[in-house]
Ligand binder design. Structure first.
Ligand code: PEP
Ligand code: MG
Length: 889
């Protein structure tokens, strides 16, 4: 005989936690709690196999189901000491769905089942509260009438509202037992007129009606859509759990509440929670009455803790608290009810917690020996560390949302609106907090971004200039907020019907992408010793090295303080924009006179050499990858007439000639234009200047730090072996010249970025010329998907919302497409050069899911912005541990 029904609670407990597929999450959890001796109201679960059979057999149940259900009902009656349909001491049950994975709110539930005109009187006298009994009956008809019999829910609500109006009462609770009797009659009349059928009075008929409705709800349109969205096969089916009702609202020796085995906001090992005397579950959340604390230690003067009000139930609950935590080896969120001083546990699950609590609970539990160090590492979501590393909005602060953009760089910041980098600097010099608001940013804005508290742009995606640079600096950034219009001329920001002027305050939440009106209070980050402990454990567990993308000494120092093991990408173009340098850059680009160009290059070389000495010294022998100039020249061109005139004066050249040259240098699609190694090949003196500066700096810094320094020189935007061959040969010639001049040895590596599909596809050839590869997944995503980094924000959120793309591919690597190219690049590169050093320096280097992917393809390191280094260290450790688990399994 097939067992279709499994009992739990009382003396018969037939299920276990592992039987989730058969009993659904709820059924398995209830059985598990009962099996470890917890006071779970008795019940039974009809298996998911019945659901499958029911749909296979044109909505007919297996033959022996009825007998098994009747038998299980007896079990509940015996366990509870009540009779189903008994006029004096009626057993009421709940009937609930429960699939193997939770599908919140998708399927149907019926409560208080078993009530009719006779049993309601029994409930009234056994509870001593006729109002409670009649209210339960009214609610039951409403629920059953709509869920099982299909009467629109609002029709019942209409009757209730009319009654309240006629009785001149505001609240349901003011309706008396006698008045509820009348309502029940009206409800039943409604059911008859709507369905042509009497409301069933036989509890057994009611039960089968409810079971049928729950199975039926597995195929309702809501559930079907949910399943499709979450990849849940229809064949899994739902289970149905039938359980004795217990009531926390039958008098002052009754209560209901929710508690956590530890404090979910701090993680402290204290009993935390809320309860209400003489109340139902929903009263605790509805906020009509103020819930009271659990423990005396947590209570304030006027409060009535459960520990004093219901001491026996509290003592029992405290015992269960440690039992459940020990059993599940995690912080639990427990729902309970006390009925006439008897405690019942209705649910336990792993408790939701703040980032700080997740960290503390994991470390404490490992110290307590409840979990292993490895498990502790796996318990803290890496991205939650962002909450610990950056200021956050004060959860208690009032706020009005103005607009929403992309959460480009985490943290919260408030400041006055300004529109130019120069204005930011002027305000910052007076210690005023400002937010730089731009349509989009460019390298020229970097100094302003640095001085601002936060950056808001209305265009651009997660790897747009603003996003990448702000993340690198640890500045708050909301990018691509398309609902905002910026008028630079009028100096206004318009959004959601508000027009803000320069100087008006706004607040950014870079973790959610929200922009708020005015100043919203923020709270500073606090790093506990637990953070360092977790990082130490993570470092022991990970294989992937973690480097940082940084080009200033300050950023390199931040990166080191967060545990970076080197620099994986120093973008040299970021060094060109300081006011004392940009003039030389412009002169270098704009003149066609070789002597003038050489003069500008010589000036820049001094700057660059000092920049690189600074980086090498700060990193003191750790690897440093310096990328030669990458962006198109037009980014450095003089903009207005004044800038053009400055360049003309410095060069002593005709302004008209320069204007023509500027126009000639502009491109219609610069991202795919004259940039990267293409520029290095056509204007070789720029790369030669940079390589010379790197070689000289490495020699000088090695003397200072007393350790050999092996610079890693990286060539950007390589598509063919020939490009790299030529660029490499030129670089080596320069380095040899420096070695000869200085009379010392210098080891170096020359590698390339793999950021164009062709480079990945031909990596076995490119590897002949490269000592290392660094995957530039920003450009690789852009070019593989044919998706502009700077323009995607206008439609990508829509794509993600509609499920056309699972996530923004600039945030989390598109494993199927871009990832395939990375995998291929690694494999092909190492075919030519076994063991070749490989890393990734695109923004994906700080994304936990992408890091797991990079672990799986065997990269050596990830490189990310300094503030994401801890996130990457933890994610790398989790990826290594999960890989180990899979290998063992
Ligand atoms: C990349 O393309 O992934 C990269 C790191 O380079 P950038 O973002 O500077 O283009
Ligand atoms: Mg790139």
């Amino acid at each position: 005989m097939v067992q279709w029904v499994y009992c739990f609670g009382g003396t018969r407990n037939e299920g276990r936690a592992e039987m989730r597929n058969l009993l659904g999450g709820k059924g398995a959890n209830l059985a598990e709690m009962a099996s470890i001796g917890l006071p779970v109201p008795a019940g039974f679960t009809i298996t998911t196999e019945v659901c499958t059979a029911y749909y296979k057999n044109a909505c007919a149940y297996p033959d022996d189901l009825k007998a098994q259900v009747e038998n299980a009902l007896r079990h509940i009656e015996q366990a509870i000491g009540m009779g189903f349909g008994d006029k004096k001491n009626p057993l009421l049950v709940s009937v609930r769905s429960g699939a193997r994975v939770s599908m919140p709110g998708m399927m149907d539930t019926v409560l208080n089942l078993g009530l009719n005109d006779e049993t309601v009187e029994g409930l009234a006298s056994s509870s001593g509260d006729p109002r409670f009994a009649w209210d339960s009956y009214r609610r039951f008809i409403q629920m059953y009438g709509s869920v099982v019999m299909g009467v629109p829910h609002h029709r019942f609500e209409d009757i209730l509202e009319e009654a309240k109006h006629a009785l001149r009462v505001q609240d349901d609770t003011e309706i008396t037992a006698e008045q509820l009797r009348v309502l029940v009659k009206d409800y039943r009349a409604l059911v008859l007129s709507e369905t042509g059928k009497e409301f069933p009075t036989d509890p057994h008929v009611q039960l089968w009606g409810a079971i049928g409705a729950v199975f039926g709800s597995w195929m309702n349109p809501r559930a079907n859509t949910y399943r499709k969205l979450h990849d849940i096969p229809a064949e899994w089916g739902t289970a149905v759990s039938v359980q004795a009702m217990v009531f926390g609202n039958m008098g002052d020796d009754c209560a209901t509440g929710v508690c956590f085995t530890r404090d979910p906001s701090t993680g402290e090992n204290v009993f935390y929670g809320e309860y209400l005397v003489n109340a139902q579950g929903e009263d605790v959340v509805a906020g009509i009455r103020t819930p009271q604390p659990m423990a005396i230690a947590r209570a304030e003067d006027e409060q009535k803790p459960m520990e004093t009000v219901l001491p026996e139930a509290y003592a029992e609950l405290s015992r269960i608290r440690s039992l459940l935590e020990g059993h599940h080896r995690d912080m639990q969120d427990i729902e309970f009810t006390v009925q006439k001083n008897v405690l019942y546990i209705l649910q336990t699950r792993s408790g939701k917690r703040t980032a700080a609590a997740a960290l503390k609970v994991a470390i404490d539990m490992a110290h307590e020996g409840l979990i292993t160090q490895e498990e502790a590492i796996l318990r803290v979501p890496p991205s939650s560390l962002n909450q610990l590393l950056h200021p956050a909005l004060d959860p208690k602060a009032e706020r009005t949302q103005l607009a929403r953009g992309l959460p480009a760089s985490p943290g919260a910041a408030a400041g006055a609106i300004v529109f130019t980098a120069e204005d930011v600097e002027a305000h910052a010099a007076r210690d005023e907090d400002v937010i730089l608001v731009r349509i989009e940013t460019s390298p020229e804005d970097v100094h302003g971004m640095h001085a601002a508290k936060g950056v808001l742009t209305t265009r651009g995606g997660m790897t747009s200039h603003a996003a990448v640079v702000a993340r690198g600096m640890g500045r708050v950034c909301v990018a691509g907020a398309g609902g905002i219009q910026v008028d630079y001329k009028a100096k206004t920001v318009t959004a959601g019907g508000h027009v803000l002027k320069e100087g008006d305050w706004i607040t950014l939440d870079g973790g959610t992408g929200s922009v708020y009106l005015g100043r919203v209070a923020t709270i500073p980050p606090v790093l506990s010793g637990d953070f360092a402990t977790l990082m130490g454990w993570a470092d022991d567990a990970r294989r992937l090295r973690v480097r940082a993308n940084a080009e200033t000494i300050a950023d390199a120092e931040t990166a080191l303080s967060f545990g970076a093991e080197g620099i994986g990408l120093a973008r040299t173009e970021h060094m060109f924009f300081a006011p004392e340098r940009i003039g030389h850059v412009r002169q270098m680009i704009m003149t066609e006179n070789p002597a003038l160009r050489a003069r500008a290059i010589e000036a820049l070389q001094q700057f660059q050499r000092d920049d690189f000495i600074g980086l090498f010294r700060t990193m003191a022998g750790l690897p440093v990858t310096i990328r030669l100039l990458d962006p198109p020249l037009h980014e450095f061109l003089p903009h207005g007439e004044n800038e053009l005139a400055d360049v003309a004066a410095a060069l002593g050249e005709n302004i008209e000639v320069l204007r023509a040259r500027r126009d000639a240098l502009s491109e219609s699609n610069p991202m795919l234009g004259h940039r990267g190694c293409r520029l290095g090949i056509t204007a070789p003196e720029i790369y030669a200047m940079q390589v010379r500066a790197i070689a000289q700096a490495a020699i000088r810094a090695a003397e200072i730090v007393g350790k050999p320094i092996v610079p890693e020189i990286m060539i950007p935007l390589v598509a063919t072996e020939e490009e790299l061959k030529r660029t490499r040969a030129a670089a080596e010639e320069t380095i040899k010249a420096v070695i000869a001049e200085e009379g010392v040895e210098l080891k170096y590596d020359i590698g390339t970025m793999i950021e164009l599909p062709r480079a990945a596809l031909t990596a076995e050839h490119i590897a002949h010329e490269a000592d290392f590869f660094s995957f530039g997944t920003n450009d690789l995503t852009q070019t593989t998907l044919g998706l502009s980094r700077d323009d995607a924000a206008s439609f990508l959120p829509f794509y993600v919302e509609k499920g056309i793309l699972p996530r923004d591919p600039f945030v989390s690597i598109d494993q199927e497409g871009v990832g395939a190219l990375v995998r291929m690049g690694v494999m092909k590169g190492r075919t030519t050069r076994p063991g070749m050093k490989m890393g990734i320096c695109g923004e994906h280097g700080g994304d936990p899911d992408s890091i797991a992917f990079f672990e799986s393809v065997g990269l050596d390191y990830v490189s990310c912005s300094p503030f994401r280094v801890p996130v990457a260290r933890l994610a790398a450790a989790q990826a290594a541990l999960q890989k180990r688990e899979k290998t063992i399994a």
